[in-house]
Design a protein around this ligand. Sequence first.
Ligand SMILES: [Zn+2]
Length: 149
Amino acid sequence: MKRSSFGESCHWACDWLERVGVGLTRARVDVLMAIAAFGGAFSADKLYYELQLAGAACALNTVYQTLNRFESSGLLIRGRDESRHAIFWLKQPDGDQYTLRLRCPHCGRVKEVYAPMAVIKLREAMEMNGLATSDLPIDVNVDCLICAA
Ligand SMILES: [Zn+2]
């Protein structure tokens, strides 16, 4: 697997594609990383523009094909904006493997948040530092607002 056109490690994007059963190609990794950079709903044209800015050699037709593939794999949801143009956004996966459990070490308050990018990047950092990973929610100790006051 080559590096993505985004210049950073594509490990988490490869991991995510493998989890949803989509074969790895450079275009798919580039498209997923561009989607992640949006962090919300996007159109195929906007995504294509982002890919061009990042220097990805990815044709508009390839972007459309990849979005269709991601949608049929359950990775994306397709909707329409107020102008009736197609827009896409990442689907929240089932289960809690992308959940962060924020726990206050003083009072024990717990808040679970869905944060796929953060979880995948944390797992990547854990693996690179020789720590074991699992699909269980990751616990993060952080002072709650009451205890921090
Ligand atoms: Zn607290």
